[in-house]
Structures are given as C-alpha cells and as structure tokens.
Design a protein around this ligand. Sequence first.
Ligand code: ARG
Length: 400
Amino acid sequence: MKTVLAYSGGLDTSVCIKWIQEKYDSEVITLTVDVGQKRNFKLIEERAKKLGVLKHYYIDAKEEFVLNYVFPAIKANAMYEGVYPLSSALSRPLIASKLVEIAEKEGASAVAHGCTGKGNDQVRFEVTIHALNPELKVIAPVREWNLNREDEVKYLKESGLDIEIEQGGVYSIDQNLWGRSIEGGVLEHPDVEPPEDIYEWTSPIEKTPQEPQYVKIGFSKGVPTQIDGESMKPVELIRELNVIAGRHGIGRIEHLEDRLVGIKSREVYECPAALVLLKAHKDLEKSILTRHELEFKSLVDDEWSRLVYFGLWMDPLKEDLEAFINSTQERVSGEVKLKLYKGNAVVVGRSSKNMLYDLNLATYGLESTFNQKASEGFIELWGLQTKLARKIASRELENV
Ligand code: ARG
C-alpha cells in the first residue's frame, strides 16, 4: 500500500510519517506544496528522507495559488465574519488537489493530512479530495491518535529519530502568501492580549515609520496588476505589498472565530497585503458598479466566502456565484491610492475610466448638469406608500 501525505516538515506531520508506516503498514510518499510559506524546503525533504519515505515531492504552487485562489477571493471581497481574508482556507483545496494528483500518478490508494478533528482544515481537505477522487482513502493520523507534543517528540525518538523540530514553540502556525495564522498557547485565553513575539510580518505600532507612505494599486478586471504604476507579476505584487504594509503595522487581525464544527476559537492573523488589496478593490468596485449590482454582489460575496471557509470549494455553487462575480469584474479596472500609516490603510483617492462618478452631476458648483427640478416629482413618488401608511395609521388611532 502507498499513502501520499501532505508534509509540512513540522512535528505533527513528521510523526504522521511513522504512524502511517507502522499502523497502516504503508509506504509513505511525502508532498510539500509551496504556497509561499517560506520554509527551508531542502531541509523538509531531508527530514522526510530521514524518516524513511519512499519518495518526496516538492511542488511550487505559488503562482497557481495566487491566480486561481487568491485572485477569485479578491474579486469576491472575501472575508469570513467580516474580518478574516481566508488565507489558510484558500490554500487547502489547492493542496488537496495536489495530493490527489500525486496519488493518481503514483498509484497510491490513500492520501493523508495532519489536521486535528477540531478544525476546519480537515473538512476542506477531505471534501475536496473526495470530490476529485471518491476512491481514495483518507488517513488523518492526528485525528486518530491521542498524542500531545511531548508524546510526539518521544514517539519520534523511540523510532530512532532524534531530529530537531524547530517550531513556533507552543503555537500552531500556518502561512502562505495571503496570510499567516497563529493559534494555541496563551492565545487560547481570549482575554489576554496576544504577545508581541507571535508576529513576524507586521511591526508593532510603536516601531512603525513616523511618516505616512502612499501607495497606488492598479487593478485590471478586478485583480491587482500594478503598484505605483509599475506592472508586477501576481506573486511578486503580493509579496511586495506584504512587506510595504507590514512595515506600517497593517494586517493584524484578532477575533473569536466560529469554526464549522461549532467551536468558537481565538484566532490571530497577519495579512498585510490582503487587507490593503481587499480595501482597495472594494473601493474601486464601489465607484464603478451600480448600487443595484453592489447590493446584490455583497450577498453573493458573503455566500462565496462562507462556502470557501466551510470547505465547499468544489461545490458547483461556487462556480455559479463566480459566473456572476466575473461578469461584474469586467469593468473593475483603475487605480486606488492609499495612505499607509500607523496600522491603517486608508483609501484617499481612486480613478477609473469606468467610474459612474460624474463631476457634472455631483458638483455643488455652477457647472452642474443635474436637473434639480426632477427631484420634486421623484420625492413625491418615492414617499407615496410611506405617506399613505402613516395616514391610515393615524386615522385608525382617531377611531379608537
Ligand atoms: N482558523 C483558520 C481557518 O480555519 C486558520 C486555520 C489555520 N490552520 C492551522 N492548521 N493552523 O481558516
């Protein structure tokens, strides 16, 4: 039997290798998918080999991640519960699809992941895997075992593997180009302020530059293509913006999140580029789409975000929603100027040849072309039913 394991190189998934080999009597093929997590991939490969894997795969999926997962999220203004840009959630269906790809290529009958039984990631992995290939068996060792960190280290040592596992210590960390998630340890106490040392991508406000920085983001059909007038490749653009915004302390998110399985959990994220791009995109879109489109789109956007958070990336509804979203994004091209300063990104201007903003209509100056006379009749019709309802209500009051 062969099993393909999604391998991060961390403690949990290292133990998974041994566990699958021993409990399932299976050969293990490890797969590390690069979604911009900036790890030492050479070291990860060496570690996997030390643990006796049959084969190790590294797949650079950064560009695919941005083009097919992050960009659709930008078009959908994707935020779960209004604050979380879905950074981890977006990477799961991509990693799952690579697991299936390698399993099929290698003739493996099972795939495995290192998720616990308490989170969303197990759902995202497994629904995607089974939507792509219902024949594949899924092994979730961490969900099956009852090991804590000490037991895990001991178990690895007993297997003759005294490998050094560098980790964020007590924290569970997941990162990719769209953001960094930090869970566990003292963060599990929602009344305690997150300690400064959990942050890596963002400066504390006390240490951010004293001068604001302006940045102009260019969009083409709903996706970012330029910073300050310079065309950039998708991956580079997001990388660059993580650095620029992170320097100004932008991107920290802290909230109590409703997981799919019902648990409320304290989540902390760093998503500098995501917060800036989502803010800019939403602003540009607002200047271009009609208010009718915007009102309807916000329902569609919310549904898209929920679907992705809840692990249903493969549900046809996502594509149905995207058909609408993409149609609206055809016109969303232009530029947004933001001011970055002391933890905030504030939009200070925007321009687009498709804007519905019309100076001649909006101006209070003499050059106005808006026909103010038309408002009179408009108001009469607009308030017609309201006036009638009030009139009837007061008449009824008189009769009692
Ligand atoms: N709560 C977030 C989510 O469900 C982050 C999950 C992070 N995953 C992890 N294995 N640390 O999307």
